[in-house]
Ligand binder design. Structure first.
Ligand SMILES: C[S@@+](CC[C@H](N)C(=O)[O-])C[C@H]1O[C@@H](n2cnc3c(N)ncnc32)[C@H](O)[C@@H]1O
Length: 188
């Protein structure tokens, strides 16, 4: 499967957080592709967290992260309040991985006021797409939208971009759209 989430994340970071000194936490960092893309743009203060130590060992070898931590991002994160300017997550939100209700609020805790939470995911997981019905999870879609709304209503974050973009991934002969969500943390 060809996958362009990390490339899109790097482009969004360049647009919304052009200062390459910002501290970034890559949630669900996996083998470190997002870290690689950010490093290539000059971001040097990128930490990563993932539940798979094996993936993190792979990411470590790339030498693009400041620190890598093995932890479950559906639990309280092993980071201080307001430790980061930005939390990014590419590909972590999907039916088999991370649940929005278990991590969105926590991501806002570790981000400074005025910082960003940036999330990229495959559109068909949360929105019904013709030809991709098999991937759709109504419960994930409802949870995703309800968490976004809840954090807006409590003025914890403000969604400043929610955009569909093409060619997020190419899977079994189909180009799938992605969704990018840029949220500005306003409460803490
Ligand atoms: C589709 S991969 C995306 C990896 C990377 N962000 C990328 O763009 O290449 C999803 C990642 O989320 C991680 N993950 C899944 N559930 C997790 C959890 N509860 N806590 C931390 N990481 C988790 C997986 O180990 C995997 O590395």
């Amino acid at each position: 499967m060809k996958y362009n989430g990390p490339g899109k994340m790097a482009a969004i970071m360049k647009e919304y957080c052009p200062n390459t000194n910002v501290s970034v936490l890559d949630c669900g960092a996996g083998t470190g592709i997002v870290g690689e893309k950010l490093h290539a743009l000059g971001y040097k203060n990128v930490d990563g967290v993932d539940i798979s130590q094996k993936s993190l060992d792979f990411a470590e070898q790339k030498g693009v992260y400041r620190k890598l931590v093995c932890a479950d991002i559906e639990q309280k994160l092993p980071f201080e309040e307001k430790e980061f300017d930005v939390v990014v997550c590419s590909g972590g939100i999907c039916p088999a991985h991370v649940a929005p209700s278990k991590c969105f609020q926590e991501w806002t805790r570790v981000v400074k006021k005025g910082g960003y939470v940036i999330i990229i995911l495959r559109r068909c997981y949360v929105e019904l797409q013709e030809g991709e019905e098999a991937y759709y999870s109504q419960s994930l879609g409802e949870e995703f939208n309800s968490e976004i709304r809840k954090l807006e209503e409590s003025k914890t974050w403000r969604v400043i971009l929610r955009e569909t973009f093409p060619a997020y991934c190419y899977d079994k002969g189909i180009f799938s759209d992605g969704i990018v969500l840029v949220c500005k943390v306003t409460l803490f």
